[in-house]
Design a protein around this ligand. Structure first.
Ligand SMILES: Cc1cc2nc3c(=O)[nH]c(=O)nc-3n(C[C@H](O)[C@H](O)[C@H](O)COP(=O)(O)O)c2cc1C
Length: 810
């Protein structure tokens, strides 16, 4: 069940006490945002910081982010010792798992806010004493974020939080762009915490030196390291190769000195940043300053009333009921029966060619064509496998009745080779940069699969990839964007996840582009996938019971997402051992590739290659030895479902924006009495006024006239025009005016240079427009906004009234 939309557009901004942090803090506050101080790395220097300026800022800092209770307590004691406790004291954001119930009691006066960064934590929180607090505010942060990070992605974590923490106000932190923010708002979040997004702005607190380096990196380079000082801490960072750099690999351990350098931004080669750095680069070009960026976030409205009720989708293009592609799954979606069940269920099935021989593939494709002769289906190819093998698969595919192909790890050149009049090819675009390149090369059909997905995973998480890729398409010419088809994948499995995706593509569908969703892991929970022998019941049970997924990384960047099982643990301990022994990367890769050989089939089909061919294994061996590839979404799926239920829930989600738009329209059409109930809830304040009225050059003078009841009607003054020339008392006389009375403004001084106008242009400008300029300037001054002052321009509005010069109507 989705929550009611929240349109408060609260924005919190993180500032770290480095570089020009006091000035950056002032700017955050001037832009109308809420200030959050991050203390990671300065735990031992709080008192020093206090003397540097924190004591002056503290009453305006609303949130302080702490690594543990000790830090929170030292802030508490400082605030208390300064007797500020009676005034506003900040709320502390603190890792949920690091606080005991007793410590919680001690922190009560600082109103702690738990930071939740894994699904497990969300579940534990909902049943813990924390959950009993009156003002239930929680902060959730996915593993994409730099610095201390959790284990689950933002997209999945948010879905879990929204379903489990029904009556909490949720703050979301991480690489959330404007489209994702709009989608989050649609599902009722309280606020967003901006952090990495702001790092590269002109007025960021970061020293120029760090900004210059970070401008050259990207989020794909970020890796997760384990802290050597505290095994429960994981840190996401970008670690540049070079002098002094140990060249960390994903999952290596970082020791105390480097961790300290990382946290204090004092190194030139390691930085606590994650995927958000990509947004930071985009924003530094687009918005340049904190004020503008904050305004852009604050101006986001969940614009449901303009939702497109009939967006172009792949359902229409392929003539099926649902705009859903079932993603190709190696060793899983390789039975004609399962493809037939998905197709009969109204979606688009895909057979995974993976490493199948051409003969084996052809057999399945012929069976599929026989089973569903009139329904569309596709084939998934891997563009990176041995080229002779791939060529043989392509020739089988071309002879088949398939309607489309999904090409993972491939290029437009390969896609051109595969495509024909009857065969459409969707290429995986793993990054926005590649998407842009592929579009330039003339390709239009794409899969955007975030790393939440099951199987081999790409470099970027769904929200980051979708957000920035959609922007790439929005930046194309109209002729190009309306031809583009984007299919979103990675973590989509139900109504809420599909609704989220539907909100993200709102702007895109307005360009006429086509959209669709691709789903893989959620099918693992369907009744049909077992009945059609695509997977064994054991595989399904592992999937339904899975509450944590892990990466198996065979070589740097080459990762597969799997369930946390005996085999995953065996794999990772061998990998750790080899890394520790400094075995060359190439050798590590080949040992690990050898280890996983045949393990997916063992899990999915319960079969193992023996001397005489494939032989069945025991259920226990299947559990112990099998590799269970699956996506993060399975952590949110605990019950078996059917293909029909899965498709329907996704469809419901996709229709959410249009349905809400309809509700909004009906609510607006309510009688006036109902609307008046909402009066007073809008955040509008009139903070400045000005006027030019007859006898009154400002509101104060006008008010005095009103109080004194002084009429300003008088005879037309000679310096306006001559009564003798224009006036006649005879109403029948033409070309004359028949009244010599009027109300007239006093002379207004106007300096054209001040407004950037060339003096010689004045004679061709309507005086009313010049007066409007003067009035607006005076209204802003009256509001306390002198020239060049920083204020939130996006949420400031000037309402201008004008009358006069309209004869008797004026
Ligand atoms: C067991 C398994 C095997 C997969 N094998 C492939 C594959 O061979 N080719 C491919 O393009 N994608 C493969 N994928 C990815 C899916 O096609 C799909 O893109 C992904 O599952 C979508 O994300 P989701 O799992 O969050 O729904 C696989 C996924 C799973 C779960």
């Amino acid at each position: 069940m989705l929550k009611v939309m929240n349109t408060t557009n609260q924005v919190l901004v993180t500032v770290r006490p480095f570089g020009d942090w006091v000035r950056a803090s002032e700017r955050v506050l001037a832009a109308g945002a809420t200030l959050c101080l991050e203390t990671f790395g300065i735990e031992d220097h709080i008192e020093e910081l206090w003397n540097q300026g924190l004591s002056l800022l503290i009453s305006r800092i609303s949130f302080v982010s702490c690594r543990d209770v000790a830090v929170a307590q030292s802030i508490l004691s400082l605030v208390t010792s300064q007797q500020l406790i009676a005034a506003q004291s900040p709320r502390v954001i603190i890792p949920f798992s690091k606080v005991t119930h007793d410590q919680l009691e001690a922190l009560k006066s600082l109103h702690p806010i738990p930071r939740l960064s894994s699904i497990l934590e969300v579940e534990q929180f909902s049943t813990s004493p924390w959950g009993e607090a009156e003002d239930r505010l929680v902060l959730i942060e996915g593993y994409e974020s730099g610095g201390l990070c959790g284990s689950d992605s933002q997209y999945i974590l948010f879905q879990k939080a929204i379903s489990s923490l029904g009556n909490c106000r949720i703050i979301v932190s991480g690489p959330i762009g404007l489209l994702s923010f709009s989608a989050l708002n649609s599902q009722g979040i309280f606020s967003i915490l901006l952090d990495e997004q702001t790092l590269l702005l002109q007025d960021s607190y970061l020293p120029l030196r760090s900004r210059k380096i970070l401008n050259r990196v990207n989020g794909r380079q970020s890796i997760v390291l384990r802290s050597g000082t505290d095994p429960s801490l994981d840190v996401r960072c970008i670690c540049l190769p070079g002098k002094d750099s140990p060249g960390y690999l994903f999952g290596s351990t970082i020791e105390a000195p480097q961790l300290n350098e990382l946290a204090t931004w004092s190194s030139d080669w390691i930085f606590p940043v994650g995927e958000g750095i990509d947004l930071a680069k985009d924003f530094s070009q687009q918005y340049r300053t904190l004020g503008r960026l904050i305004s852009a976030y604050r101006s986001i409205k969940v614009n449901s009333t303009s939702a497109t009720s009939h967006p172009n989708t792949i359902a229409t293009q392929f003539g099926v009921k649902y705009p859903i592609i079932q993603g190709p799954m190696s060793r899983v979606s390789d039975t004609a029966e399962f493809a037939a069940s998905v197709a009969r269920g109204g979606a688009l099935p895909t057979i995974a060619a993976a490493m199948l021989t051409a003969e084996a593939l052809e057999k399945i494709l012929i069976q599929t064509a026989d089973l569903i002769p009139y329904l569309p289906w596709g084939v998934g190819l891997l563009g990176f496998i041995d080229s002779t093998h791939l060529k043989s698969q392509i020739s089988v595919l071309k002879r088949s009745k398939a309607s489309f192909c999904i090409l993972a790890g491939g290029t437009p050149a390969q896609a051109k080779e595969i495509a024909s009049q009857h065969l459409r090819v969707f290429i995986h675009a793993p990054t926005p940069e590649l998407l842009d390149l592929f579009i330039k090369e003339g390709w239009r059909d794409f899969i955007l699969e975030g790393r939440e997905c099951g199987g081999h995973i790409g470099p970027l998480s769904s929200l980051n990839l979708w957000e920035r890729s959609i922007r790439v398409v929005l930046g194309q010419s109209k002729a190009v964007s309306r031809d583009v088809c984007l299919v979103l994948a990675g973590g989509i499995h139900d109504e809420a996840s599909a609704a989220f995706a539907a909100y993200m593509v709102q702007d895109l569908v307005k360009t006429g582009a086509t959209c669709g969703l691709l789903v893989g892991s959620a099918y693992l929970a369907t009744r049909e996938i077992v009945e059609d022998r695509a997977i064994t019941r054991t595989y399904q049970e592992v999937s339904l019971q899975c509450s944590n997924t892990v990466f198996l990384e065979t070589s740097p960047g080459h990762q597969s997402r799997c369930a946390d099982t005996a085999f995953s643990r065996e794999f990772n301990s061998l990998r750790d051992e080899l890394v520790k022994a400094q075995v060359p990367v190439r050798e590590i890769s080949s040992r690990l590739d050898q280890l996983i050989l045949g393990r997916l089939r063992l899990a999915s089909k319960g079969l193992q290659r023996g001397e005489g061919g494939l032989v069945a294994v025991t259920e226990n061996d299947q559990l112990q030895l099998g590799m269970y590839m699956l996506g993060e979404a399975v952590c949110l799926i605990n019950d078996q479902t059917t293909i029909h239920q899965l498709h329907e829930s996704i469809r419901n989600g996709l229709e959410t924006p249009a349905r809400r738009a309809q509700q909004d329209i009906s609510e607006r059409a309510q009688p006036a009495g109902v609307v008046s109930e909402y009066r007073g809830q809008h955040d509008i304040a009139i903070i400045g006024m000005s006027c030019k009225l007859p006898g009154a050059n400002d509101p104060e003078q006008f008010w005095n006239l009103v109080l004194q009841a002084r009429n300003q009607i008088k005879e037309i003054p000679e310096d306006r025009w001559s009564i003798t020339d224009f006036y006649s008392a005879d109403p029948k006389e033409t070309n004359k005016i028949h009244s010599k009375w009027g109300a007239f403004l006093d002379a207004v001084q106007f300096n054209p240079i001040e407004f950037g106008l060339p003096p010689q242009s004045l004679s061709s400008i309507d005086p009313a427009q010049l007066l409007a300029l003067v009035c607006v300037k005076e209204a802003l001054q009256n509001a306390g906004y002198p020239e060049d002052c920083l204020y939130d321009r996006e949420s400031t509005c000037v309402v201008l009234g004008f009358s006069g010069g309209l004869g008797e109507l004026g």
